[in-house]
Write a protein of this length. Structure first.
Length: 50
């Protein structure tokens, strides 16, 4: 069964801003068994330390 997902931000006054439009997300049949979070993939974390 597919799910839909939309990412948005809410400011202190309650105004919402859409960060990512609604998209379909398909769940894994068998998720990986782990108690760890996956490595961060943001540009700041991907950049090697100098």
């Amino acid at each position: 069964m597919a799910m839909t997902m939309k990412v948005y931000e809410v400011d202190r006054e309650g105004h919402t801003r859409i960060v990512r439009e609604e998209a379909e997300a398909v769940a894994l049949e068998q998720p990986e068994a782990s108690n760890r979070f996956p490595a961060c993939e943001c540009p700041e974390c991907k950049t090697p330390a100098r």
